[in-house]
Design a protein around this ligand. Structure first.
Ligand code: PRP
Ligand code: ADE
Length: 178
């Protein structure tokens, strides 16, 4: 069943106290990728969810760095473009930038201006939603390119941090932790 497949994914996510800073409980997604069958299940669940939205999608936007892994597979499975939002200073050509804070730091995001055209329909994907600073910043960039955000998708949502409240777009999470 779907619930059992989600539970298999969840069972491989590990929790590390005090990483990368005291007071943070780090939820590590990489053990999921060590098991190809469970990672395949995870990607199938995300793909099925997006297909079930029954909306046209032009591109999947993945967030540096863990969002790239989920994003590239999702884009391939949907048969649409993959567009990376990168930490600043890594993308050539004309870009737009936004600075933001996250649970344990701050950073600047960047996207190539020619990666998306106005009115395109996009899914934004990341591994995890904590305070929501990262996802909110990504939404801001995508809106500056005049694209429509169909949904924001994450594998893990840390509900206590209320990242969802920072977002004006629809957000879907496969699993939650409190
Ligand atoms: C992590 C995670 C999300 C973000 C969530 O990324 O992958 O992108 O934090 O935090 P927030 O909801 O509080 O903004 P990180 O910047 O550590 O980068 P990485 O993916 O490159 O490891
Ligand atoms: N990104 C922001 N907060 C995080 C956490 N607690 N675990 C893993 N990634 C994160």
């Amino acid at each position: 069943s779907k619930a059992e497949r989600i539970e298999r994914v969840r069972s491989l996510i590990t929790s590390i106290e005090g990483f990368p800073k005291p007071g943070i409980t780090f939820r590590d997604i990489f053990p999921v990728m060590r098991d190809p069958a469970v990672f395949a299940d995870c990607m199938a669940l995300l793909t099925e969810h997006v297909r079930d939205l029954k909306q046209p999608i032009d591109a999947v936007v993945g967030l540096d760095a863990r969002g790239f892994i989920f994003g590239i597979v999702l884009a391939q499975q949907l048969g649409v473009s993959f567009v990376p939002i990168r930490k600043a200073g890594k993308l050539p050509g004309e870009t737009i930038q936004v600075s933001y804070t996250l649970e344990y730091g701050s950073a600047t995001f960047e996207v190539q201006k020619d990666a998306l055209q106005a009115a395109q329909k996009v899914i934004i994907i990341d591994d995890l939603l904590a305070t929501g600073g990262t996802m909110a910043a990504a939404c801001k960039l995508i809106k500056q390119l005049e694209c429509d955000i169909v949904e924001c998708v994450v594998v893990i949502e840390l509900t206590d941090l209320k990242g969802r409240d920072k977002l004006t777009d629809k957000i879907f999470s496969l699993t939650t932790y409190s």
